[in-house]
Design a protein around this ligand. Structure first.
Ligand code: NI
Ligand code: MN
Length: 226
């Protein structure tokens, strides 16, 4: 599975012959100014919750690519109101079977409201499986024991976890989360975009390394193969 980092919590994963795009926030992100949103491909766009730093470019990319948006119920309603035709509404604990594999909506401890102020339901993460390989994206969340359920049920190739602190867990708690989900390969997201979430990259990478795990902090636009 190939992951491409697009800044903040936005990344795409090529899995099962399809391209899955997560939490698109590109045009408002000065750090991602070199990313052309018109060049981004997507068969599916997965939204973890309704905050603008996760949904800003979702409708525009969905309309251009014809991608199906997968989102928690209330976030899906907002996306549909933006004129997106193909929306797959989900709720926590539910799993759907798609042409490339399965998607399960997992718990997250955070909040969720849409850019127009409407109610966003509860925030979520995703457990994705394609061709017998799985990865987990936690979405914006605190460290939570619920993550142990994922580690107990599913062997992960990699996990995508927030590491920026302040609005989500920081990298210290993300290391515990990696233990809970039993995964040694972590891609850090949700850091550096805003002053309160700036992190010391070397310190965070060393913190994981000393525990025998790898924290990947790819440059925006770079890809990793798992
Ligand atoms: Ni958020
Ligand atoms: Mn966020």
């Amino acid at each position: 599975m190939k992951l491409t980092y697009l800044g903040h919590s936005c990344f795409s994963v090529a899995a099962g012959g399809k391209t899955l795009l997560f939490d698109p926030f590109i045009t408002p992100n000065p750090l991602a100014a070199h990313i052309d949103i018109n060049a981004i491909q997507a068969d599916y766009i997965l939204l973890s919750h309704g905050h603008a730093d996760h949904v800003a470019d979702a409708a525009a990319i969905a309309k251009r690519t014809g991608a199906t948006v997968i989102a928690p119920f209330e976030v899906g309603n907002w996306v549909a109101r933006q004129g997106v035709d193909k929306v797959q509404h989900m709720n926590h604990g539910g799993k759907i079977h798609l042409d490339f594999g399965t998607v399960k909506l997992t718990n997250a401890i955070h909040s969720s409201s849409l850019p127009d102020g409407s109610y966003g339901g509860n925030p979520a993460g995703f457990l994705v499986t394609a061709n017998g390989e799985s990865f987990y994206y936690s979405g914006d969340t605190a460290l939570t024991c619920d993550m142990k359920l994922i580690g107990d049920s599913t062997q992960l190739k990699f996990a995508v976890l927030p590491v920026g602190d302040n609005f989500t867990m920081g990298y210290e708690d993300a290391l515990i989360a990696a233990d809970f989900v039993k995964c040694d390969q972590v891609v850090g997201v949700h850091y550096d975009t805003f002053p309160p979430i700036k992190i010391d990259h070397d310190k965070a990478i060393k913190f994981f390394h000393q525990a025998g795990k790898t924290l990947h902090l790819p440059k925006i636009g770079d890809s990793l193969n798992f």
